[in-house]
Design a binder for this molecule. Structure first.
Ligand code: FMN
Length: 339
C-alpha cells in the first residue's frame, strides 16, 4: 500500500492523503482583498482532483502587508464570507483547507501605504526603502495576525499557516541579513525569533486548540552570513512550545539570489528540521513524479509532500498518481468512467 495515499492526522485535522497544495499567490483578488470566482474555481478544482490539504495563498493580515494590491486579505470581518465560500466548496469534495497568513514586510508592492521591515534595508533597487518598525508597529502587526487567525477560524479553515519564509516580514526578522536591529528583536537567534514567538502566542490565544498551526520557513538564505537549515531548526526549537504543530519547509527569497534547483532540492532541509526539532514536516520543491513523492513519505523524510506548479499544470495529479502507485483510489463519481 502506498504511504502517499494513507491518511494523516494532525490534532483534529484528518487528511485523506499526504498530498498538499502549498500556498500560491494568484494576484487575482479585488483591490480590497476579496476573492473572486477565479479563487473558488481554482481551489475547488484541486479538491475535486483529490488533493488532501489545500493551503490558500499568502493572505494579507494588513493592507500594507499584501505582496500586491491584488492579494487576498483577512484584515477585516467583511472578508470572512468570501473565504468561507471557498472553504465550504473544497470541503464538499473531501479536502481539508488552510490559509497562509502573511505580511510582506519590505517586499510589499501594495503602494497604498509605506512598507515596513525590521531594518531599513531595501530588497533590491526595484523595491521601496521600508520604514524601520517601531515597538508600536510590532505590537500592531502581532495584533493583526491574532485578528486574522480569529477570522480564519470563523471562515472554517482547518489549519492556518504562518508565513515565516521567503523574505517576507517574519522571515525578515529571522534572518541576520535583513534584521540589523540592536534591540531585543535583533542580534542573536533568540532575539531574531522573538517576533515569530509573539505572533505565535497571539495567534494561539484565539485559534482553537484542536486545530493545528503550521509555520513555513526558509531553511537556506543562499547567501553568506544568512540562515541555514540548522540555524532555522535551532530557532524553531526555541519557539515550538508556543504551538507549532508542523513545519512547511521551504528556502530562499530572503535576499535577491537565484539558487540552483532540482527535483527534491529541499528534502534534506526537511530531514534536518524533522530530526532536530522532532516536529512533523511538509516538504517539496519541483516534485512531479508519484514515485518521488512516495519515496519522500515512505522513507519518513517528510510527513506530507507539497506540489505547487505541478498542481497548477494538472489539478487532477493525485488521481493519476494513485493509478501509477497502484492504489484503488475513489474518483469523483462524475468522473468514474474516465478512471
Ligand atoms: C505562482 C506561485 C505563487 C506562489 N505564492 C506563494 C505564496 O503565496 N506563499 C508561499 O509560501 N509560497 C508561494 N509560492 C511557492 C510555492 O508554495 C512552492 O513552495 C514553490 O512553487 C516550490 O514548489 P514546486 O516546485 O512544487 O512549485 C508560490 C509559487 C508559485 C509558482
Amino acid at each position: 500500500m502506498s504511504k502517499l495515499f494513507s491518511s494523516y492526522k494532525l490534532k483534529n485535522m484528518e487528511l485523506k492523503n499526504r498530498i498538499v497544495m502549498p500556498p500560491m499567490c494568484m494576484y487575482s483578488a479585488d483591490n480590497d482583498g476579496n476573492p473572486k470566482d477565479w479563487h473558488l474555481i481554482h481551489y475547488t478544482t484541486r479538491a475535486v482532483g483529490g488533493t488532501g490539504l489545500i493551503i490558500l495563498e499568502a493572505t494579507g493580515v494588513e493592507p500594507r502587508g499584501r505582496i500586491s494590491e491584488n492579494d487576498l486579505g483577512i484584515w477585516k470581518d467583511e472578508q470572512i464570507d468570501g473565504l468561507k465560500r471557498i472553504v465550504d466548496a473544497c470541503k464538499v469534495h473531501g479536502a481539508k483547507v488552510g490559509v497562509q497568513l502573511g505580511h510582506a514586510g519590505r517586499k510589499s508592492e501594495a503602494f497604498s501605504e509605506p512598507s515596513i521591515a525590521p531594518s531599513p534595508i531595501a530588497y533590491s533597487d526595484d523595491y521601496r526603502m521600508p520604514l524601520e518598525m517601531t515597538k508600536e508597529d510590532i505590537k500592531t502587526v502581532v495584533a493583526a495576525f491574532k485578528e486574522a487567525a480569529r477570522r480564519a477560524d470563523l471562515a472554517g479553515f482547518d489549519t492556518i499557516e504562518l508565513h515565516a519564509a521567503h523574505g517576507y516580514l517574519i522571515s525578515e526578522f529571522l534572518s541576520p541579513l535583513t534584521n540589523h536591529r540592536t534591540d531585543e528583536y535583533g542580534g542573536e537567534d533568540k532575539n531574531r525569533v522573538r517576533f515569530l514567538k509573539e505572533v505565535l502566542q497571539a495567534v494561539k490565544s484565539v485559534w482553537p486548540v484542536e486545530k493545528p498551526i503550521i509555520v513555513r520557513v526558509s531553511c537556506d538564505d543562499f547567501a553568506e552570513g544568512g540562515n541555514h537549515d540548522v540555524d532555522m531548526a535551532n530557532m524553531l526549537n526555541m519557539v515550538k512550545e508556543e504551538g507549532i504543530d508542523l513545519v512547511n519547509v521551504s528556502a530562499g527569497g530572503v535576499v535577491n539570489v537565484v539558487p540552483k534547483v532540482y527535483p527534491g532540492y529541499m528534502i534534506t532541509y526537511a530531514e534536518t528540521i524533522k530530526n532536530v526539532t522532532g516536529l512533523p514536516v511538509m516538504a517539496g520543491g519541483l516534485i512531479t513524479s508519484p514515485a518521488l513523492a512516495e519515496e519522500i513519505v515512505h522513507n519518513n523524510r517528510a510527513d506530507l509532500v507539497f506540489l505547487g506548479r505541478e498542481l497548477l499544470r494538472n489539478p487532477y495529479w493525485p488521481l493519476g498518481a494513485a493509478k501509477e502507485l497502484r492504489e484503488d483510489y475513489i474518483w469523483p463519481k462524475q468522473y468514474q468512467r474516465a478512471k
